[in-house]
Design a protein around this ligand. Structure first.
Ligand SMILES: C[S@@+](CC[C@H](N)C(=O)[O-])C[C@H]1O[C@@H](n2cnc3c(N)ncnc32)[C@H](O)[C@@H]1O
Length: 306
């Protein structure tokens, strides 16, 4: 059980027990197509498999963690406090790309992190170090980009920010050792997964009641059509004999239920009936194709826990 390195919106640490309850008795490879902070992956420590995310800088970060952990730690150790003065030896020590004054080190780091989206030269290792630095020093640990892809979260207020995270980096590097890392759309998993594997999908979503109008729903640009595509991919994986577990918004309850998945509601304060009544408090679902009799026994742990 390893801690995630990054704080990420939609992290699933609070849902892990409910997700593990749906796990099959055994599986071959583990795949996580919407990786984000990878709360499930790091907790599970799978021996091999694939991870994926469309965020290119996030994926570069995990590649550097896997392949160059000590260099990454060394670079992070060389960084200064976010409130300190900009480094005069580096670009953007006085103003940003738009000519706006840069008053402290944080905003210089943020401007350097945006080299890639603004078409400037960048270094993979430095970009990864900057991602972790900003994640640990920005406001609320948020990750948000403007329409050009520039990271634009302001400085946070921390009395003693810890951005080096050497233990977490070394542990994550070890867990990622035999993992293939992809930067594609989630559909890559149709090529990557084989019969007997396990796929955990955690797409972008905002928990909400299924009475909300479906087409109004879109999180991080992941809209209705993407949700429909995801259901089709889940169905195709099911046909291939792949185990699928998915967390999603309550809005998606019927789509998965109608398609023959086992769907249960999390975070509801009362039981749900199937004809759509009494569903107002639904906010999150877990859907799976793993029948209750195929699930591992309650309380059964992975080998790593013994
Ligand atoms: C809810 S977050 C995953 C959170 C993760 N389970 C955790 O514990 O931190 C969803 C992720 O999906 C990624 N994403 C968005 N659209 C995608 C797509 N079409 N294919 C793959 N990943 C996508 C986002 O960049 C984001 O990191």
């Amino acid at each position: 059980m390893v801690s995630p390195i990054l704080k990420w919106a939609g992290g699933k640490r609070q849902l892990l027990d409910e997700l593990y309850d749906r796990f099959p008795e055994s599986y071959e490879h583990f795949h996580e197509p919407f990786f984000g902070g990878g709360a499930m992956f790091f907790d599970l420590e799978p021996e091999n498999g694939t991870i994926n995310d469309t965020n290119a800088r996030l994926i570069n970060f995990y590649e550097q963690v896997r392949d160059r952990p000590e260099e990454l730690i060394e670079l992070l150790e060389s960084f200064d406090d976010p409130e300190s003065d900009p480094d005069p030896e580096r670009r953007f020590s006085e103003s940003n790309r738009k000519g706006k004054e840069i008053k402290n080190y944080y905003y210089q780091q943020r401007e350097l992190f945006n080299n890639r989206p603004y078409g400037d030269e960048y270094d993979d290792l430095e970009e990864a170090a900057l991602l972790l630095y900003l994640n640990r020093t920005c406001y609320n640990g948020l990750y948000r980009e403007n329409s050009s892809g520039g990271f634009n979260v302001p400085i946070g207020r921390y009395s003693n920010p810890d951005w080096v995270r050497s233990e977490e980096i070394r542990n994550a590097s070890r867990v990622l050792e035999n993992t293939e890392i992809h930067n594609r759309d989630f559909e890559y998993v149709l090529e990557a997964a084989e019969e007997g594997d396990l796929v955990y999908f955690d797409p972008p979503y905002e928990p909400m009641s299924p009475t909300a109008y479906f087409t109004d729903y879109s999180a991080e640009g992941f809209g209705k059509e993407d949700q429909e595509r995801l259901l089709e991919v889940a169905q195709e994986l099911d046909q291939m004999g792949v185990n699928v577990i998915l967390s999603n918004s309550g809005v998606m309850y019927e789509m998965y239920d109608d398609s023959g998945f086992y769907v249960e509601v999390e975070g509801a304060t009362r039981s749900i009936n199937s004809d759509g009544e009494n569903r107002d408090e639904v906010d999150e679902i877990i859907a799976t194709n793993i029948a209750p009799e195929r699930r591992r026994r309650a309380g059964q742990q992975g080998l790593a826990d013994f």
